[in-house]
Design a protein around this ligand. Structure first.
Ligand SMILES: NC(=O)c1ccc[n+]([C@@H]2O[C@H](COP(=O)([O-])OP(=O)(O)OC[C@H]3O[C@@H](n4cnc5c(N)ncnc54)[C@H](OP(=O)(O)O)[C@@H]3O)[C@@H](O)[C@H]2O)c1
Length: 339
């Protein structure tokens, strides 16, 4: 079977397609034919060496994949041959609050990931895909879907239907966040550097859109659009360039979910800006296998079709990375591994 490998820091050109011999399944393991892999900003960070991973050897990259069970090892009880499955970002985080043991490994980071024709994972690291989701759609869920789900529904401060969610930019996490929030009856505000992308966001049902280039003080626009109330949940993916504006956009008693740093990490947040409005900042680290199960179930019952901007073939993996790096995408970029 073929798989891509990369030594973190070797950049996109360092992606190599390699042939691997097949190995026997151990107790509890499952062999999966991978059909689709979705890319995340993190995969670019691993490639560029900007993601904290303790590995000296090349790894198979990418956390997010979906496929079909080819074989099950001794002792496997939850899955059988032919089942459609998606892999959980943290193979050891089943449920509940996180803990060091639960996040000790992450696919495509410090252990091999999903950009392969076949993978072997423990049954506990896999979740069945509802029939309504295609492999391509399911592949968008393990990182981006779970992160948005966790930020909006698990780690926010008592979100209620009709509350407002603010999404920054139109990348994978934000567009899935928009779709999940919309499906749950929440009011949505989304920002982008592109009017064309904002038009697409409106077509998806975004209630309000803001061009953050045209309106650099976009936090004031969020307050204006919400009649001074602010957003009850902010999905903060911007980092040092946006975090203080995100706090200013947040409603009293609301939550700022600290997710990413596309403009870089760093900067300072004055504690008074949280204290005075009883606002919460909460760090999000993707989420558990149960959250993956829940977000896919919710997507299925609400007929949510994750937005996939472009699908590349397995042989076009480097092009897919470069397209993601260009920032032209809206939503997710997917590699169809086995047609
Ligand atoms: N903590 C976690 O568990 C977790 C999980 C997933 C992702 N993340 C992080 O979240 C961030 C987004 O990940 P992703 O996979 O969704 O990335 P992505 O698909 O590459 O999306 C990035 C988007 O960010 C927007 N952007 C760029 N600069 C911006 C700025 N200054 N202000 C507002 N938006 C800006 C752009 O949107 P426009 O083109 O519309 O302007 C861009 O398309 C990354 O930092 C990633 O590492 C963290």
């Amino acid at each position: 079977m073929r798989a891509y490998q990369i030594l973190p820091g070797d950049n996109i050109d360092g992606l190599q397609c390699v042939n691997f011999p097949e190995r026997e399944l151990a107790l509890g393991e499952v062999r999966v034919r991978v059909h689709a892999v979705s890319l995340n900003y993190r995969d670019l960070m691993v490639a560029s060496g900007n993601y904290l991973v303790n590995v000296d050897n090349p790894i198979i990259p990418c956390s997010d994949g979906a496929g079909e069970v080819l074989a099950v090892g001794h002792g496997v009880t939850s899955l059988q041959v032919g089942d459609r499955v998606a892999a959980s970002f943290f193979p050891h985080w089943q449920d509940g609050r996180t803990a060091p043991a639960k996040i000790r490994h992450a696919l495509g980071g410090d252990i091999d990931g999903m950009l392969a024709e076949e993978v072997i994972l423990h049954e506990d690291a896999l979740v069945k895909i509802p029939s309504q989701l295609s492999y391509i759609e399911a592949s968008t869920m393990p990182c981006a879907g779970v992160t948005a789900w966790n930020a909006i529904f698990r780690s926010s401060n008592d979100i209620q239907p009709g509350d407002t969610v603010l999404l920054l930019g139109t990348g994978g996490v934000s567009v899935l966040g928009l779709q999940l929030a919309k499906a749950a009856g929440l009011r949505t505000i989304i920002t982008s550097s592109s009017d064309e992308k904002l038009q697409r966001a409106r077509e998806l049902g975004a209630h309000h859109t803001i061009n953050y280039r045209a309106i650099p003080e976009w936090q004031e626009e969020v307050l204006r659009l919400t009649h001074g109330h602010g957003a009850d949940v902010v999905l903060e993916v911007g980092g040092q360039g946006t975090v203080n504006r995100s706090v200013a956009s947040c409603a009293l008693g609301g939550s700022v979910a600290i997710i990413g740093g596309v403009s870089g990490f760093g900067g300072e947040v004055n504690p008074v800006s949280l204290l005075a409005g009883a606002k919460r900042m909460v760090g999000i680290f993707v989420g558990s296998r149960t959250m993956l199960d829940n977000v896919m179930r919710f997507a299925a019952v609400s007929n949510l079709e994750p937005v996939v901007d472009r699908v590349f073939t397995f042989d076009q993996a480097k092009e897919a990375y470069r397209y993601m790096e260009s920032g032209s995408h809206f939503g997710k970029v997917v590699i169809a591994v086995t047609p």
